[in-house]
Write a protein that binds this ligand. Structure first.
Ligand SMILES: *[C@@H]1O[C@H](CO)[C@@H](O)[C@H](O)[C@H]1NC(C)=O
Length: 220
């Protein structure tokens, strides 16, 4: 009996440790959990509050318009059309989402990470130079040139980018292993935070002259 108790305690601890190590969205505990748009009473949950499943309908699981190109007339020359839980409330708790990315010639999806999601990218049109960098201590760079039909994976949390190196516009679709993968653009986070990070900190961190830091802060 004592041995069995030891086993139970060990098993419980192991299960607890495993649940702590889970990095992706939690598994759904029901068929679906269509998100409620307005949270008037201000209750927060991990994800979004669910609608009564009896009141769900097909449009809760539907989005239209990914056939349309985004407007790439901006400094980076890209446009991202996200299709996550904010666009499809039925994605709530299901751990998956999608995005369309349009790239003007020379358009760059600048180095960024998705803190909650791995991304799988398929190129539909054009030619992209893509890559990601591993974490400490190696900081290894993995790159590839992608053409239509090519697929590349950006592992969860790693800094990655896509650059349109073709002569024409490019289009790609990315799937993400989260209903709300999040985005941290590296330059924006470092130089465009609100309020600004003390320039002395950034000058030391990036080994830059303080004037260069201030110039970068003015641009982001
Ligand atoms: C695209 O965005 C630019 C800059 O915001 C704007 O001037 C332009 O009118 C937009 N084009 C279209 C077709 O919406």
């Amino acid at each position: 009996m004592k041995g069995f108790h030891c086993f139970l305690v060990a098993f419980t601890l192991l299960a607890f440790a495993c649940s702590l190590a889970m990095a992706s969205d939690p598994s759904p505990l029901q068929d679906f959990c269509v998100a409620v748009k307005d949270i008037k009473d201000g209750v927060f949950v991990n994800g979004k509050i669910c609608k009564d499943p009896k009141l769900a309908f097909a449009d809760d699981f539907f989005f239209s318009g990914l056939n349309k190109a985004g407007n790439t007339s901006n400094p980076t020359g890209i446009s991202i059309t996200p299709v996550g839980v904010d666009e499809i409330p039925g994605l709530n708790t299901l751990g998956i989402s999608l995005a369309r990315i349009d790239y003007a010639p020379n358009g760059l999806n600048p180095p960024h990470t998705h803190p909650r999601g791995t991304e799988i990218l398929v190129v539909i049109q054009g030619t992209l130079y893509v890559g990601f960098v591993t974490s400490i201590p190696d900081y290894r760079l993995f790159t590839k040139i992608l053409n239509p039909g090519d697929v590349f994976v950006f592992p969860m949390g790693l800094i990655h980018f896509q650059f349109n190196i073709g002569k024409s516009a490019a289009v790609a679709f990315g799937g993400l292993s989260s209903q709300n993968a999040g985005v941290i653009a590296i330059a924006n986070a470092a130089f465009g935070s609100n309020p600004s990070i003390n320039p002395d900190v950034l000058a030391k961190a990036f080994q830059l002259d303080k004037d260069v830091v201030k110039d970068l802060q003015s641009k982001f």
